[in-house]
Design a protein around this ligand. Structure first.
Ligand code: FE
Ligand code: FE
Length: 185
């Protein structure tokens, strides 16, 4: 969440705008991070998942733009520190060397933290929009919230259906020597 201490905030509308700007910055950061996540993923399905969510994310940025400009206010420009931190953790995952499936699982873990952060943010602004009688904005924000939720579920099924079944866990449990030695640095 961005620091907006210098801004005057006396109404729910003020807070709503601050929260929208925070999300706008967070989503903008993500449009730069997701291509790197896609490049770092080994599983073709995971790569595709990140690329597809990049397209959705670009649309999320546009929806926020549409809502803020529709209210006659600027887009802000204050960084979302929380998203910066989440992306930094993702960057650290990208540097991991070792088993490709384990790295993919780590990328999924980082990505799911991002989706949950977004879901929390959109749940808040969706509810604010509802209380402020902004029905059109509420619809747009609900659509984004739904897409973040679907992405989170898709990441879970990629981990459970693909990676885990294909054996990242089995390799460890069976003490697969070739894999174990490749993991030692
Ligand atoms: Fe998003
Ligand atoms: Fe997202």
């Amino acid at each position: 969440m961005a620091q907006q201490n210098t801004e005057h905030m006396s109404t729910l509308r003020d807070l709503y705008i601050e929260q929208l700007r925070d999300l706008y910055d967070a989503e903008t950061q993500l449009t730069k991070a997701l291509p790197k996540m896609a490049a770092a993923a080994s599983s073709p399905d995971l790569k595709k998942g990140f690329t597809q969510h990049l397209e959705q994310t670009q649309n999320h940025v546009q929806r926020l733009q549409q809502i803020l400009t529709g209210m006659g206010v600027g887009l802000g420009g204050k960084p979302c520190e929380a998203m910066k931190g989440l992306i930094k953790e993702g960057d650290e995952v990208m540097k991991i060397k070792g088993d490709a499936d384990v790295k993919d699982a780590a990328l999924i873990a980082a990505a799911q933290r991002v989706e949950h952060y977004e879901m929390a943010g959109y749940g808040v602004v969706r509810t604010f929009a509802q209380h402020l009688g902004q029905s059109e904005a509420k619809k747009l924000l609900q659509s984004t919230l739904d897409e973040e939720g679907e992405t989170d579920k898709k990441l879970t099924s990629l981990a459970e259906g693909g990676l885990f079944k294909s054996g990242i866990n089995d390799k460890a449990m069976n003490g697969d020597d070739s894999n174990a030695s490749s993991k030692k640095k």
